[in-house]
Ligand binder design. Structure first.
Ligand SMILES: [Zn+2]
Ligand SMILES: [Zn+2]
Length: 227
């Protein structure tokens, strides 16, 4: 598990990143990775002398299987309550993880898109979500939810006002080879509007569901691209 800035860890799990925040309200896990990632998350916690029971809340940024895949397992392991946007909470309660997607702009995205669509799972074990949230809501740990529905109708990105501001960007965009749009969107034009809106926030650091963190001047880079 990599320390990004004090209080924020990133756990890369192959295709997707999971994040862990140390907050005044205890440990908060952001996303749960793909099915079968429970043991990797448990081992990562052990590596920083923490145990699954230390996790107080799990925020799932959206319903896609690479973010919700181990939710049932991690919830069982930790006993934590789960927070999601209402629109995607409804999906997970039904055991569904996928609405139709279209490719993001650019050749690399179109290639990655083909790989995602080939691997994507649309069904999962249903899981109960304890708290449904909407845009602008305050969450535990000082987090604020920003609804970013272009990639996925019930996606939230998270703003954390520590360390000069941290954006947990989920799949609103990605940073494989520099900051770029994601490989897939339910509504690409809405995805662009989401990014223009996110770019109005001020944050030093950004982490992504897919790709490497930006550890300084992050919102400036968002503004240059999408404002
Ligand atoms: Zn996604
Ligand atoms: Zn993803």
């Amino acid at each position: 598990m990599n320390s990004v800035v004090p209080g924020l860890y990133e756990l890369p799990l192959g295709q997707v990143n999971v994040h862990l925040l140390e907050t005044r309200d205890g440990l908060i896990l952001i996303d749960t990775g793909m099915p079968g990632n429970g043991p990797a998350i448990e081992a990562a916690l052990q590596s920083i002398d923490r145990s699954p029971a230390d996790i107080r809340h799990i925020v799932v940024t959206h319903c896609h299987w690479d973010h919700s895949g181990s939710l049932a397992e991690v919830k069982q392991l930790t006993g934590a309550s789960v927070i999601m946007h209402a629109t995607d909470a409804a999906m997970i309660r039904q055991g569904e993880t996928l609405r139709p997607l279209s490719p993001g702009p650019g050749l690399v995205n179109k290639m990655v898109y083909r790989m995602i669509i080939r691997n994507a799972r649309s069904e999962m074990e249903p899981v109960e979500i304890e708290r449904d949230v909407t845009d602008g809501e305050s969450l535990p740990g000082g987090l604020r939810a920003i609804h970013a529905p272009g990639h996925c109708a019930g996606q939230i990105v998270l703003y954390w006002p520590e360390q000069g501001g941290v954006l947990l960007a989920a799949d609103s965009c990605a940073s494989f080879f520099g900051l770029a749009m994601s490989p897939a969107y339910e509504d690409l034009e809405q995805g662009r509007r989401d990014l223009a809106r996110i770019a109005r926030e001020t944050f030093e650091v950004a982490v992504f569901g897919h790709g490497k963190p930006i550890t300084s001047g992050a919102s400036e880079r968002f503004r240059k691209k999408w404002a």
